[in-house]
Design a protein around this ligand. Structure first.
Ligand code: KG4
Ligand code: ZN
Length: 356
């Protein structure tokens, strides 16, 4: 539970070593973070070869592969950090949202380890983890700030307050932006995973070649929509007698439309909320055009923008350990009855963030 009172005089100290475990989708990851700030080890075991033949993540195969790798991934992280399980001050594990079967593997392993070594256990919201990646990489990012979460499953803007739980300002009404990248990759005949391959294909393309819509960009409010943009790309693809000569232009034009909306809406939200700092996190935060355009426009508006380094944008366990270290510092403890949640909003998690 959070300490009494709404304002704490100083940040409580997290335990020295925290093991993070993340298995919400198709990455099995473990990491050790020291003092809530320093990444001592971060191991990510991906499953691209498992899912590539299907062009997307197959939940059954993901959880089966997690079962095979969980203990060796955790052991590798501990060995790299040079700490044993008994040295840990806590175990932090993603408890949702995500694929239930995948989540359960990491969660069960975390519980067993915590029980065996009598360690405190905390469940972490996957998006709190992504946001913690920005704080981990930039200790001068101070709350309150605006958080833009852009991943395969989420597109949302939050006010990350210093004395209140995260407040949702807007989110996608249909597809997530990363999902749109993945679907457009398929339409263009580009390899899985879609985000990086669309971005690579866009390099030689003309982003003005196809005037794709910027859905909801000029509408009031902070919601997003990506399914219409994906349909516009599908129609443009259908109209091509030969895809090869225009593939780069289509990729570049889609990428420009998808990322322009994020830049416009995030900066409008920053103005409307009176926030001078913006953290952009999640897998799509690895996108080079988004990073460049957001930085350029933010600077013009006097907003400081923070992106985690690329290895902390896509799913990893360092972000979970960092978010968990914060919860542990505040005295949060979740017992062995902790459940996995396939869907749970960040501001309504049973293991919601305590105030800063
Ligand atoms: O955060 P993440 O690893 O997993 C989720 O929580 O969803 O994000 C994965 C998403 C995928 O949709 C992937 O295509 C997208 O991030 N992504 C990118 C890039 N790298 C990964 N999208 C655009 N450009 C990239 N460079
Ligand atoms: Zn993620």
């Amino acid at each position: 539970m959070s300490p009494a009172g709404t304002h704490a005089p100083s940040r409580p100290r997290p335990p020295r070593w925290v093991l993070g475990i993340e298995s919400s989708c198709d990455e099995m990851a473990a990491a050790v973070v020291e003092d809530g700030l320093e990444v001592r080890a971060s191991t990510v075991h991906g499953q691209l070869d498992v899912h590539r033949p299907y062009g997307g993540v197959v939940p059954e195969l993901a959880s089966r592969d997690h079962l095979r790798t969980v203990s060796q991934v955790a052991r590798a992280a501990l060995a790299e950090a040079g700490v044993g399980p008994a040295d840990l001050g806590g175990v932090a594990v993603t408890a949702g949202p995500g694929l239930l079967g995948s989540l359960l593997v990491g969660l069960s392993f975390g519980k067993a380890l915590a029980w065996r070594h009598r360690l405190p256990l905390v469940g972490v919201h996957h998006l709190a983890g992504h946001l913690a990646a920005a704080e981990l990489a930039a200790p001068d990012l101070a709350r309150p700030y605006l958080g833009l979460v852009v991943s395969g499953g989420h597109t949302a803007l939050y006010r990350i307050g210093s004395d209140a739980p995260p407040a949702l300002l807007g989110q996608t009404r249909d597809d997530a932006v990363g999902e749109a990248f993945d679907k457009v990759a398929k339409l263009l005949g580009l390899p899985y995973p879609g985000g990086p391959s669309v971005s690579a294909a866009a390099k030689g393309g003309d982003e003005r070649a196809f005037p794709f819509p910027r859905p909801m960009q000029d509408r009031p409010g902070f919601d997003f929509s990506y399914s219409g943009l994906k349909t516009a790309v599908a129609l443009a693809v259908e109209a091509q007698p030969d895809l090869a000569p225009v593939r780069a232009d289509l990729a570049a034009s889609f990428q420009a439309a998808a990322t322009d909306v994020l830049v416009a809406k995030a900066l409008r939200a920053a103005r409307s909320e009176g926030l001078g700092q913006l953290a952009v996190v999640g897998g799509v935060a690895a996108n080079a055009r988004l990073r460049a355009e957001m930085a350029r426009h933010a600077e013009a508006q006097g907003v400081r923008v923070f992106f985690p380094p690329l290895r902390l944008c896509t799913d990893n366990a360092a972000m979970i350990a960092a978010a968990g270290a914060r919860l542990l510092a505040w005295g949060e403890r979740h017992g062995l009855g902790l459940g996995a949640f396939s869907r749970v909003p960040l501001d309504q998690a049973p293991w919601a963030e305590p105030p800063a």
